[in-house]
Design a protein around this ligand. Structure first.
Ligand SMILES: [Zn+2]
Length: 461
């Protein structure tokens, strides 16, 4: 594999591109969403195929049960950052936040091979990749993405020429590599994929999902915080000293509160894309939202793992840990900062959290809820929110998986429930769920949640 070359003129171009990302205005994010309308057919097709391929007599049963693991800090392997000179006037780079490209080489006149590896092992199968590539002269090339032994390809490639507007690769330009271990590989994931690309001097961005880094999230937060009833603070720092930002939405007295977090797991962009409209509805100008904000304050941590996101990690924090297994021992600064912040909110005004949601992504949409026999501060709230928010979506049947009564208490939603009595939800969104559907679900769940919380028997509140 080639090592990054030294600075040359193309780096200047990259620096200016990065500066543009820093200054990205809010309106451009709307374009990002719009651009997905044209892609929704492809995403729908992919979704249907995915669902068909893994149904075993009914709905998907979800991930294997959560296992208790140690959360002491572990070493990770950092990428070597730089620009790779592949010869023939072709260059690739991982020199931007959110990138992951561990090596790349020109294998022959028509084939480039990229290697993607994880931050450490063992690790969940969510191999994130993101890099830029360009050629001084226009030429068609095949680009093969390969992974470390034992890892399979998961995310269908998204392409962009500006890092903001993304479109799925045309399926006629996509080839799956070998599928191994059929018995344990029910989704028939290949060990590699190959894309046919038209390389040109314009920089092409290739990414596992839309690239949404800490800078994009900060732009969104700052835009929202211009509203008179929204404020933002930094509640702590990640291991690499990135700020963990929170939003407060509402002008109530903190007696009644809800909490929202997302992106503990870096590649889980579709979770973020459902969280965003959820929050925008709560901070919107409807009568319902206004009434809600006068009674309930909403606390949001939109990016719980900024180091993992900006380092292009597959799953873990820079402490080498799955943060969503650290909500009992709090060995990591990110989970510690969030839990201390939530506990302070309760202590400050003797308030209560009535609802807590953590947005994630997985193979398909699925809702992990608390066991219905366990009663929190608003019993029955979460199943009602799910049912009422999805019943108007044609053909959509929510997949709801209640937890076990005595399940391990090591993830965020069990912490929200057992520590605060907050009715809690792990809101999982499919990797390939059409982006418009993510928006619909995010918006509708916020609307139903507000309606139901305002209706809850006042004696319970
Ligand atoms: Zn997750």
């Amino acid at each position: 594999m080639l090592l990054p070359s030294h600075w040359h003129t193309t780096n200047l171009l990259l620096i200016s591109t990065n500066l543009n990302i820093l200054a990205v205005p809010f309106q451009l994010h709307k374009h990002l969403v719009k651009s997905f309308r044209s892609q929704s057919i492809l995403f729908t097709t992919t979704l249907v195929l995915t669902i068909l391929s893994c149904k075993e007599g009914g709905k998907w049963k979800g991930q294997a049960p959560i296992e208790v693991v140690e959360t002491y800090t572990l070493p990770i392997q950092k990428q070597q950052i730089g620009t790779f000179d592949l010869g023939n006037g072709i260059f690739a780079t991982n020199d931007f936040p959110g990138a992951r490209l561990n090596g790349v080489v020109q294998s022959n006149d028509t084939l480039i091979t990229a290697l993607i590896t994880s931050e450490n092992t063992p690790i969940n199968p969510s191999p994130w990749y993101a890099f830029k590539i360009w050629s001084e002269t226009s030429q068609q090339m095949h680009l093969k993405i390969t992974y470390q032994v034992g890892a399979n390809h998961r995310y269908y490639p998204k392409l962009s020429y500006d890092g903001l507007n993304w479109a799925a690769l045309d399926s006629s330009r996509y080839t799956k590599g070998e599928v191994l271990d059929i018995e344990n590989n029910s989704r028939e994931l290949p060990t590699s994929i190959t894309m046919k690309l038209d390389l040109k001097p314009d920089t092409l961005w290739i990414s596992a999902q839309e690239l949404i880094t800490s800078q994009h999230v900060k732009s969104w937060i700052d835009e929202l915080a211009q509203l008179p009833y929204v404020s933002t603070t930094s509640i702590g720092e990640s291991r690499e000293k990135r700020s963990i930002h929170s939003l407060k939405i509402g002008n109530s007295d903190d007696k009644k509160m809800i909490m929202v977090i997302s992106r503990q797991h870096p590649p889980e962009v579709t979770g973020y894309l459902a969280m965003k409209p959820f929050i925008e509805v709560i901070s919107g100008d409807s009568e319902l939202a206004e009434k809600f904000r006068s009674e309930f304050n909403t606390y949001v941590v939109p990016l719980a793992n900024p180091d993992g996101v900006d380092n292009g990690h597959w799953r873990h924090s820079v402490g080498g840990i799955d943060l969503n297994r650290d909500w009992a021992n709090f060995n990591q600064p990110e989970t510690t900062a969030i839990s201390e912040f939530l506990n302070e909110r309760v202590a400050a005004n003797n308030g209560k959290f009535y609802f807590g949601v953590d947005f994630h992504s997985t193979w398909e949409d699925i809702y992990y809820t608390s066991n219905p026999e366990l009663k929190g501060n608003a019993p029955g709230l979460v199943p009602k929110v799910i049912e009422q928010s999805t019943r108007d979506i044609p053909g959509y049947e929510p997949n709801i998986r209640p937890g076990k009564i005595d399940g391990p208490r090591i993830n965020s939603s069990s912490y929200f429930f057992h520590q605060f009595g907050a009715e809690s939800l792990t809101f999982e969104n499919g990797d390939d769920t059409p982006r418009e559907l993510l928006k619909t679900k995010g918006k509708a769940s916020a609307e139903k949640l507000m309606e139901l919380l305002l209706e809850v028997d006042p004696s319970l509140l």
